[in-house]
Design a protein around this ligand. Structure first.
Ligand code: IPE
Ligand code: IPE
Ligand code: MG
Ligand code: MG
Ligand code: MG
Length: 290
């Protein structure tokens, strides 16, 4: 299986699950579900599910067992973006080339959509019909909630809003938490789906790519345009964020992305031939324009 094919499979399977889980429940307040659908099934690269499937594949896992964690990590990601765009955070009215969730449904529903997407992630891990054992499910739930809580994404977002960033290593720590943690969780869950626990090579791979991912995001904010990235460019400057490119400049940021990608590739070589899909994924990310 080559990467372009896996990208299609991953997107289709993830969207199918998200669609089903959001649609198939009680509908007492239809606008809440609409806002949840809007925030998860309306574009987006669906890269975190791809990390789940790729890690699972590299370790010889069964595709079906990666479905629940793939959907779960995308639900967390979707929720994080809805809250990230709120006026009290980044105050961004555009996401994926369309008005942000709160710009369409209002701040109250955006807050609640985020809440509901987050809990749905754990519901899918616990309940989704598959051959995953109870042990695998508990491990995935543990991995995912650690990655999105105070010592993970939420902690990173708090630092992003309030932290005193005094050196580049503070900034890297912040990026590792707000963005890297979820990518590490994605590969860990992909591994657990293949019945592999604690594969440190995969952690190294994903942590390096996670940091590179956020530096690229900042770089795109810095030098690309709204049309291409589907979100307002230059918003980090407007929000007075300290970012990699505005501290170290464009050239050094690009160089750092290459170094991190190289470190990820080196880690993936330790998996031998079966790591090929992870290498393809790392190289694919190096090319990303949005
Ligand atoms: C954006 O993530 C938020 C960051 C962590 C940088 P993506 O660039 O993966 O966003 P979508 O899902 O493709 O819109
Ligand atoms: C994303 O960082 C962090 C999250 C965990 C949501 P950004 O705030 O830079 O992401 P974008 O640029 O709004 O997608
Ligand atoms: Mg932000
Ligand atoms: Mg933002
Ligand atoms: Mg950004």
């Amino acid at each position: 299986l080559l990467l372009p094919e896996l990208i299609e499979i991953s997107r289709a399977r993830t969207e199918f699950l998200l669609d089903n889980y959001i649609t198939n429940s009680h509908d007492l307040w239809p606008l809440l579900k609409k806002s949840m659908r809007y925030s998860t099934l309306n574009g987006g690269k669906k890269l975190r599910p791809l990390f789940v499937y790729a890690a699972n594949l590299a370790l010889g896992g069964v595709l079906e067992n990666a479905d629940a964690p793939a959907a779960a990590v995308e639900l967390i990601h979707g929720y994080s973006l809805v809250h990230d765009d709120l006026p009290l955070m980044d105050n961004s009215a555009l996401r994926r080339g369309k008005p942000s969730c709160h710009a369409v449904y209002g701040e109250t529903l955006a807050l609640l959509a985020g809440d509901a997407l987050q809990t749905l992630a754990f519901q899918v891990l616990a309940d989704h019909h598959s051959k995953l054992s109870a042990e695998q499910r508990i491990k995935m739930i543990s991995v995912l909630c650690n990655a999105c809580g105070a010592d993970g994404m939420a902690g990173g977002q708090a630092l992003d809003m309030f932290g005193k960033i005094e050196c580049i290593s503070h900034l890297e720590q912040l990026y590792n938490l707000k963005t890297g943690a979820l990518l590490v969780a994605a590969v860990r869950m992909g591994a657990v789906a293949a019945n592999h626990y604690d594969i440190t090579i995969l952690d190294t791979y994903a942590a390096n790519l996670g940091l590179a991912f956020q530096i690229r995001d900042d770089l795109l904010d810095f030098e690309s345009d709204e049309e291409t990235i589907g979100k307002p460019s230059g918003i980090d400057v407007i929000n007075k964020k300290i970012t990699y490119p505005n501290v170290l400049g464009i050239a050094k940021s690009r160089q750092k992305i290459e170094e991190l990608t190289h470190a990820a590739l080196t880690a993936s070589y330790e998996l031998g031939a079966s790591g090929a899909i992870l290498r393809e994924l790392a190289e694919y990310l190096l090319q990303r324009k949005c």
